[in-house]
Design a protein around this ligand. Sequence first.
Ligand SMILES: [Mg+2]
Length: 411
Amino acid sequence: MLADHFDAFLLDLDGVLHVGPDPLPDAVDAVARLRRSGKALRFLTNDPRPTRAEVAQRLTRMGMEADIAEIVTAASATAAHLQKRAVATAYVVGSRGLREELRGADVEFVAQGQPEVVVVGCDESVRYSDLRQAVTLITRGSRFIATNPDPTFPTPDGPWPATGAILAAVTAATGVRPRVIGKPSPPMFEAALIGLPRGARAAVVGDSADTDVLGAHQAGLTAILIAPEAPSNVQGGDPRTPDATITTMAGLFSPREPLHRPLRLTFPWPQEIRPGVAAVVLDERGDVLLVRRADNGLWGLPSGHVELGETIAHAAVREVLEETGLQVRVSRLVGVYSEPESQVVAYLDGRVCQFITASFACTPVGGALRPDGVEAVAARFFPVGEMPTDLLRMHPQWLADALDGLIGAYR
Ligand SMILES: [Mg+2]
């Protein structure tokens, strides 16, 4: 049975152990049985508002004894994350519970001056002046930390705005995305693993493919989904595919439940997909144009984003002109590339984008080599046999596809 494979279980609360104030079928018995078998337990909630003591009391009232040290809320995980990084000062937009957790991690709340971080959690009494102060501090250099990303929480009245809605306001005004601590981000699971023996086999049990399953896989843990049936809209390789699906917590003890090998993510999970372009510019000798990128010092094909309102071919021509000063015309499409290992880019401002890059073969028609110094610190033509070794990861393949005369390569 599934329970035998693991030493520790990281249990999501809402939708796994209870819904609102009522325990779910089998949950109370299953928690007791896991305890009797000597399993370590952690109780995880993305709700940053309650203290861990309040969550423990709520579980105990429902018949599931829990120690404060076993509870991990988005607020306590944020506190653990800041403590690990020795962050001492914060400006906080959040609940009493969040403040209590941060105080326990020796974080001082700063009303004047520049704190190291701005922490935003769900605050039901948030005011314009709170948002204004958060925006000002982030603009001046404080790091932007979010307890959790959830845009709403469910109520009998329908969805109400939660942390994500407040984050959106701050991001809209600053252009900065927060470092998110709660599920599906790895810090929440790192906080849950604190205190477990090294090498303990841990599984996450949750009811959301997008947060619990994805989060488990980002943290390198096995993911068990509670759902009426295995999800059909995800496919192999998608990190939201659970390693096992059970209908209630009793499924942990069923002899029939199969367990797949947990998937390991090799790239940061993107928040958006953007179109990009690359240009393989060959001169009359067949030499290829490369630029040395200002951001990482590597050589690569001229490349960039597609801007609003332009075609991909125009974007390729514009990028070559902007980066190198050379005017080119597009001769043909070589291929379209999306492989996440090289096409997912994490930016300093917190954005993580996956690019779908169209690569074009191009011919010079005018201009003169003049690297712009901003994106490209150098630009020159290289004979194909004498390419630099410090070349961007996928660019040798893209170049090979162009030289092979492939049309419609895709990866
Ligand atoms: Mg849940």
